[in-house]
Ligand binder design. Structure first.
Ligand code: PLP
Length: 393
């Protein structure tokens, strides 16, 4: 019997454990201090009412013989895929209902999609990076190369023609940097992928935060249907982090190595996944309806205002940052060339504010720091006041 020794190649990620340890120690030693957490990557506002009502009705359906539901279709109920397709249409992107699969979220999808590709592919990720892309490919034993996102490219790594990659993970708006690719930038990635016979796995988990004309879907970009897979979810869009519902979009014409990619993904899902529950699919369709969109957009607007408040403070302090405009994340350069952990300790002990050290997301995160706008307004305002007081010269 042998275990998967690729697991030995995973880099232990102590980031959130180390943050919790330092915060707990500080709070224990200073019980009178009101520590504010601006490091959270989870939403805090409750589900839109329309989703709650649909969940309740869906649960009632399961309790009656006439409306009971067993296993759902592997690809998700048609009315939910129609709701996703209509949602795409609302921002100008056409995707067919037969190109959509309803799933339990973008984390599992980004971790599972690799099942359909050979181990022999070279994977490219941008650095800093959402760690799931890296760890899932290490588990599969694939070679990973990194494209540097840094201050020189405003944390938007671009393709390098001298590098050959087969699978490219892009996340825009990005976690952790908050930076969002423009149309022209994404077009360069699409052209690179088509030229190199590569596939782009595009994580659009934060598309609902976009306020400018940055593409909300890779499929807004010409040529993407020939090279891209999109992953998205209702987690950050509509507060579904605990409810769990996502979707993948794979154009019917996407083929590689003589195989149809949608068919491979369908086969993978039909083999290893039995679908999203009826009440949750009902809730997903409800939040994607025009009335539902109105409700979740109010929550997004709340987080966006928090982000604006943080961004304004960073502007006043003259601190370089990305994000905040199209994203709940703000990615800032630690002042006075401090290291990420040094700045973490300073903020914790002198301002009683918790953020996330950038180096937890990759080598290019060293010296950077992530703040999020998922907290409540009052705490965000107070945290910003303390940060300004601490850092003003
Ligand atoms: N993709 C990115 C870039 C994320 O930041 C997150 C969550 O933080 C996810 C995917 C996970 O989303 P889900 O809740 O749909 O699994």
């Amino acid at each position: 019997m042998k275990t998967n020794k690729n697991f030995n190649n995973l880099v232990p990620n102590y980031l959130f454990a180390e943050i919790a340890k330092r915060v707990n120690t500080y709070c224990k030693e200073n019980p009178d201090k009101n520590v504010i957490r601006l490091g959270i990557g989870d939403v805090t506002l409750p589900l839109p009412q329309i989703a709650v009502d649909a969940l309740k009705k869906g649960a009632d359906d399961l309790g009656k013989k006439e409306t009971f539901k067993g296993y759902p279709d592997y690809e998700g109920y048609e009315f939910v895929r129609q709701a996703v397709s209509d949602y795409y249409k609302s921002f100008g992107v056409e995707v067919g209902i037969d190109e959509i699969m309803i799933t339990d979220g973008a984390k599992s999808d980004s971790g599972n999609i690799g099942d359909i590709f050979s181990k022999d592919n070279v994977v490219l990720v941008t650095d800093p990076v959402y760690p799931v892309y890296v760890d899932s490919n290490i588990m599969a034993g694939r070679e990973i190369i990194y494209a540097a996102s840094n201050a020189d490219n405003d944390f938007l790594a671009m393709p390098d023609d001298s590098v050959k990659a087969d699978i490219i993970y892009l996340c825009s708006p990005n976690n952790p940097t908050g930076a969002a690719y423009s149309y022209d930038q994404l077009k360069k990635w699409v052209d690179y992928a088509n030229k190199n016979d590569a596939v782009i796995i595009f994580d659009a988990a934060y598309e609902a935060f976009i306020t400018d004309d940055s593409p909300r879907s890779i499929f807004a970009v010409e040529g993407a249907r020939q090279c891209a897979i999109e992953l998205c979810s209702l987690s950050k869009t509509a507060g579904f982090t605990g409810t769990r519902c996502g979707y993948t979009v794979i154009p019917k014409e996407l083929e590689r190595d003589g195989e149809n990619i949608y068919k491979l993904w369908y086969r993978r899902e039909a083999t290893k996944f039995n679908g999203v529950s009826w009440p949750v699919q009902c809730a997903a369709a409800a939040v994607l309806s025009p009335q539902g969109q109105k409700q979740f957009k109010e929550n997004i607007a709340y987080y966006q205002e928090n982000a604006r408040i943080i961004a304004q403070a960073l502007d006043e302090l003259g601190i370089y940052y990305t994000g905040g405009k199209n994203s709940p994340y703000l990615w800032l350069k630690c002042p006075d060339n401090m290291g990420s952990w040094e700045f973490f300790d300073l903020l914790l002990t002198k301002a009683n504010v918790v953020g996330t050290p950038g180096e937890g997301f990759g080598n290019n995160g060293a010296g950077y720091f992530r703040l999020t706008s998922f907290g409540d307004r009052e705490n965000t305002i107070e945290a910003v006041r303390r940060i300004k007081e601490l850092l003003k010269k």
